[in-house]
Design a protein around this ligand. Structure first.
Ligand SMILES: [Zn+2]
Length: 339
């Protein structure tokens, strides 16, 4: 494969124009090969695309996608991102800009030109999708726990950050807990889950905790804190470990990728099979206000660790909104991309 003519050369970018390659990802079921096509556009013509922000991870190109019928090696992290994004899109085609694929890495001159355009590429996309990766626990992607959702819903839970989030996925979350007081949007139900909670379900519960914090709920209105019991809980420990997966994500430690989110008009965060508008995670920092007001600060050791984890997650994203508020322009950011 390495002796073949690189497919990028069949889709050349004109050096004198602001051309980029976009990747059209075709719909498909979970196990089907990832089928894509290149599409060359000029940024000035305002093409509609989503830019992906992620870390390359292990540089071994041990996974394969199809681009215009030919195999292209990608890293495991990128492969899992594409597989998950395709599932999120259901039966729609998605148009992506992804640095590792859309830039021909074998050409230094093309790379230099494209890297110089990256500020504009992110500023002109419809949205940036931040891929934080799969949860690290081996069972985290075991999607079999959900029996009452369609196949696509089992693979993806999309949060919108508004009232429409309180739909079947809210019922599904609530179904893990005691049935009393289970009414409307009121999450003030005491206690621990009443049934076995799988690893992937824990990820989903983390998502709901962030979502409820973003909605301004007090910690004592959110399970598993609402029981008022500060004893060490196995369930809370598992929630905490998943939160730590998020906090310790390599994405946050890379100025390069964080910068991409700052430039984009809007951003959505994907972790494992859950996605959020970036604003929801930013809004979850209301936890700080509760800590200051001491209205609902939990006292148990695990709860305190949990508060720290949430602070670190929201703190990472708060830096992004702060940078956004400082109104960077694509030009001023260019130097950052050239570091
Ligand atoms: Zn409070």
């Amino acid at each position: 494969m390495s002796f073949e003519r690189p497919m990028h050369l069949d889709f050349p970018l004109a050096a004198e124009k602001d051309e980029i390659r976009l990747l059209k990802l075709r719909p498909g079921t979970w196990d089907e090969p990832l089928q894509c096509q290149f599409w060359i556009v000029e940024i000035s013509q305002k093409p509609d695309y989503v830019a992906l922000s992620y870390v390359w991870g292990d540089a071994t190109h041990s996974y394969c996608i199809q681009v215009d019928g030919r195999p292209l090696g990608v890293t495991e992290n990128l492969y899992s991102a594409l597989q998950r994004l395709r599932a999120h899109a259901h039966d729609r085609e998605i148009v992506l800009w992804i640095d590792a694929i859309c830039i021909y890495q074998g050409s230094i001159s093309e790379r230099n030109r494209q890297v110089a355009m990256m500020g504009r590429i992110y500023a002109h996309c419809r949205e940036v999708w931040i891929w934080l990766g799969q949860m690290s626990s081996p069972e985290a992607s075991d999607l079999r726990w959900s029996t009452n959702a369609s196949e696509s819903d089992r693979i993806c839970y999309k949060f919108h950050g508004d009232e429409s989030d309180y739909d079947e996925k809210w019922s599904e979350y609530q179904s893990a807990f005691p049935a009393t007081e289970r009414a409307g949007n009121n999450p003030s139900i005491a206690g621990e889950p009443t049934r076995e909670v799988s690893s992937s379900e824990i990820v989903f519960h983390c998502a709901w905790i962030l979502r409820l914090l973003a909605a301004g709920k007090h910690l004592n209105e959110i399970r598993p804190f609402s029981g008022g019991d500060t004893a060490v809980s196995e369930y809370l420990g598992r929630v905490l470990r998943s939160m730590e997966d998020l906090v310790n994500n390599e994405w946050f430690s890379r100025l390069w990728v964080v910068q991409e989110a700052v430039l984009a008009p809007s951003a959505r965060v994907f972790f494992d099979f859950v996605s959020f508008p970036l604003r929801v995670i930013e809004d979850a920092k209301t936890l700080h206000a509760h800590t200051r007001a001491r209205c609902c600060v939990p006292l148990g050791t695990q709860q305190l660790y949990f508060s720290e984890a949430i602070k670190n997650i929201t703190g990472g994203f708060a830096e992004i909104s702060q940078m956004q508020n400082e109104s960077p322009t694509p030009n001023s950011s260019r130097t950052l991309f050239q570091l």
